[in-house]
Design a protein. Sequence first.
Length: 315
Amino acid sequence: MLLKKKIPLKYVLGKIKLELALVFSYTVLFEIFHHYFINVNVEIPIAVPAIIGTIISLLLAFKSNQAYDRWWEARIIWGSIVNESRTLVRQIITFYKDPDFSIEANDFKEKFAKRQIAWCFSLGESLRNGDAIKPIKHLLTEEELRFVKNHKHIPNALLVLHAKDLHRARNQKRITTYQQVEIDNTLTRLCDAMGKCERIKNTVFPTTYSMYIHFTLCLFIMLLPFGLISLLSWFAVPLIMTIAAAFFLIEKMAIHLQDPFENKPTDTPMTTIANAIEKNLMQMVNEYRNEFEIHDEVSAKNESIKMERQTYFVL
């Protein structure tokens, strides 16, 4: 996703440089033909390309709206992933019984949070057809890495590890059955969000629809010189290129937005969102760790005072 407010003109025009080169060559050749073969009537009413241009405008507007809906749906889904990840770790921290602030409970909660962070990174990489294991190696234990490497779908394997830990915590009476159900509901919503992303990824925008619009746009550009050359002569060349650039840019924008998981500048910023999730979840775990350390220091201090008192009374 582009983070800068100002997009370089070179970058914008670079997306349609081939189309502009073809339009420029076509219009120049058309003007040369019209200039040297002036006796040949090659004019058509300007209303003809104008009608086609109106039709293309409506089709491009519809396509752009549909493409933006796909992009916005993807962003909404990842917004829900942020919320559900925070909810999941909050539930683990508050539901898991730990009256004595034990090291085992602290490690369990930290491992659960890191695994959820790994799930977010692996989901983003898998949607981009990248290596879903490479960015999460530092977040998982050796045993967890061996488990997920045996699965083709890494994010789903991480959710399975979540479920196994919940089942183990329930058997150890660290959480109640009702708490397990609540946490499992959160995992279900995360799985639903993953499925929605995969639905957008695997549902191809109709190829024939895009092809017909592109064909009609090319026909419009080809007919445009017939209605403008006789009126503007050589000045029609830059005008036609400007009109063509506007239409081609709108078409390219729709094409880029319709695939929000293809690692393009218009992509859904999944890595940025995952980094934000990592900061939030680790802060939640670190706050619990600080409480654990404070409790440990207080306990040690109380134990020291108790020992001093016992020594005093013995003396």
